[in-house]
Design a binder for this molecule. Structure first.
Ligand SMILES: *Cc1c(COP(=O)(O)O)cnc(C)c1O
Length: 388
C-alpha cells in the first residue's frame, strides 16, 4: 500500500466515515423491514419499533443511562442543541433570564443562544483561558444572576480540549441552573456520564454512524420539560415529533455499541499516534505551537500553528491530505476561527493553524507520512518567504 498516492483523511472532527459494520446493520431496514416504528398494530411496525428500542438501549448505555426514556432521537447535535436551548429556556423562563455559554462553543449552540438573546434572554458568553478551558471563578461569578441554562461542550471540536465537567456540574446544581453539554466530540472517545448533566447532545456522524441522526439525553428524574420546536404526532415523548428513521436509529445504536466496546483500545492507539505526531512536529520545526491544553485533550484532535505560514498554503502543499484550517464551517471566510480568537492567540498564528484529526481508520503509516510531509512543506514555504 502506497501512502503517498492515496487520499489521506485526517479531518475526523468534521465528520467520520460510516463504519461498514454500522452500514450492514442498517441495510435491512430500508427495503425489507421498512415498517413504520409507530405503526405497532402489525408485525412489520412492531419489528421496526423493536429495532429502534434496541438502538435506544445502545445509545443509553454509552452515556451510562439506565432509563432509556431519557434518550430522544433527533437529526443530529445541531437539532439536539436547539431543542434544549430554545425549548428549555422558554419553558423555564420564570426560573431565570440568564443563559450562560462559552466563546468556543459550536455555532449551533452560539447561534441558538443569539436567537434567545433576541427573545430577551440575557446571554452571557464566557471567555476561556489560553488553554481553551473555562475558568471556574468566571463561571461562578456569572451564575450569581438567576440563570435558567448553562450550555458548555464536553470536548471542543477545533482544539480537542475537554472541560472540567464535574466542577461545572456542581456549580450549576448549587445555583439551580440547568446544564446542557454538547458532547458530539466526546461520546465514544472518552467516558461520558450523563448523570453530570440535565441535557446532552450526540451526533451520529462524529462516531462512525450515518449523517442525519443524533440523540438528546433529557433527564427524567426530576422530569425536565421543554417546549418542542415542532409539533406533530407526539413521538419521542412529544419532544421531537415525526416518524423515526429506523435505519438511521439502528445505525446510531450500532455506532454507539462499537464505540463503547472499542473505546479504550482506540484511545490507546490514538494516544500513541498523537504523542508521535506532536513530538515529531515540535522537534522537527521551530516556532510551531500546539493550540489548546497539552494534557486535557482527546488524542484524535491536534491543532498546530506554524509561524510565518498560511494554513491555506500548507494545505495546498499536500493536496492528497484532507485536513482543515480553522474550522470546517469558518474556513470559507477570511476571518480566523472564533475558537482560535477565543484562546487569544496572535492573529497571524490563527491564520497559520491546521487541525489534524486522527480516528478509527488512521494508520501509523499515514501519521508518519503526514507529519514528515508537514515538516517538508513548512520548511519549503519558509525558505521561499521573504519575511521569514
Ligand atoms: C459536528 C458537531 C456538531 C453538529 O452536529 P450535527 O450532527 O452535524 O448537527 C455540534 N457540535 C459539535 C461539537 C460538533 O463537533
Amino acid at each position: 500500500m502506497n501512502v503517498q498516492n492515496r487520499q489521506i483523511y485526517m479531518d475526523y472532527q468534521a465528520t467520520t466515515p460510516c463504519d461498514r459494520r454500522v452500514l450492514e446493520k442498517m441495510l435491512p431496514y430500508f427495503c425489507e423491514e421498512f415498517g413504520n416504528p409507530h405503526s405497532t398494530s402489525h408485525s412489520m411496525g412492531i419489528r421496526a419499533a423493536e429495532a429502534v428500542e434496541t438502538a435506544r438501549h445502545k445509545v443509553a448505555k454509552i452515556i451510562n443511562v439506565s432509563d432509556v426514556r431519557e434518550i430522544i432521537f433527533t437529526s443530529g447535535a445541531t437539532e439536539s442543541g436547539n431543542i434544549v436551548i430554545q425549548g428549555a429556556s422558554r419553558f423555564y423562563r420564570k426560573r431565570g433570564n440568564r443563559i450562560i455559554t462559552c466563546a468556543t462553543e459550536h455555532k449551533c449552540v452560539l447561534e441558538a443562544c443569539t436567537a434567545m438573546a433576541r427573545e430577551g434572554f440575557d446571554v452571557v458568553v464566557l471567555p476561556v483561558q489560553k488553554n481553551g478551558i473555562v475558568d471556574m471563578d468566571v463561571l461562578k461569578n456569572a451564575l450569581r444572576e438567576k440563570t435558567v441554562l448553562v450550555s458548555i461542550a464536553w470536548v471542543n471540536n477545533e482544539i480537542g480540549v475537554y472541560q472540567p465537567m464535574e466542577e461545572i456540574s456542581c456549580l450549576c446544581r448549587e445555583h439551580g441552573a440547568l446544564f446542557h453539554s454538547d458532547a458530539a466530540q466526546a461520546v465514544g472517545k472518552i467516558d461520558v456520564d450523563a448523570s453530570l448533566v440535565d441535557f446532552l447532545s450526540i451526533s451520529g456522524h462524529k462516531i462512525y454512524g450515518p449523517k442525519g441522526i443524533g440523540a438528546l439525553y433529557v433527564r427524567i428524574e426530576p422530569r425536565l420539560r421543554l417546549i418542542p420546536l415542532f409539533f406533530g404526532g407526539g413521538q419521542e415523548r412529544g419532544i421531537r415529533s415525526g416518524t423515526l428513521p429506523t435505519p438511521l436509529c439502528v445505525g446510531l445504536g450500532e455506532a454507539c455499541e462499537i464505540a463503547r466496546l472499542e473505546m479504550s483500545e482506540e484511545h490507546k492507539r490514538l494516544t500513541e499516534f498523537k504523542n508521535y505526531f506532536i513530538k515529531k512536529i515540535l522537534d522537527g520545526l521551530e516556532k510551531v505551537y500546539l493550540n489548546g491544553d497539552r494534557e486535557k485533550r482527546i488524542p484524535g484532535c491536534l491543532n498546530f500553528s506554524f509561524e510565518g505560514i498560511e494554513g491555506e498554503s500548507l494545505m495546498l502543499g499536500m493536496p492528497n491530505v484532507c485536513i482543515s484550517s480553522g474550522s470546517a464551517c469558518t474556513s470559507k471566510t477570511l476571518e480566523p476561527s472564533h475558537v482560535l480568537k477565543a484562546i487569544s492567540i496572535r492573529e497571524d498564528l490563527a491564520h497559520s493553524s491546521l487541525r489534524i484529526g486522527l480516528g478509527r481508520f488512521t494508520t501509523f503509516a499515514e501519521v508518519e507520512y503526514v507529519s514528515s510531509k508537514l515538516i517538508e512543506v513548512v520548511n519549503r514555504l519558509r525558505e521561499m518567504s521573504p519575511i521569514w
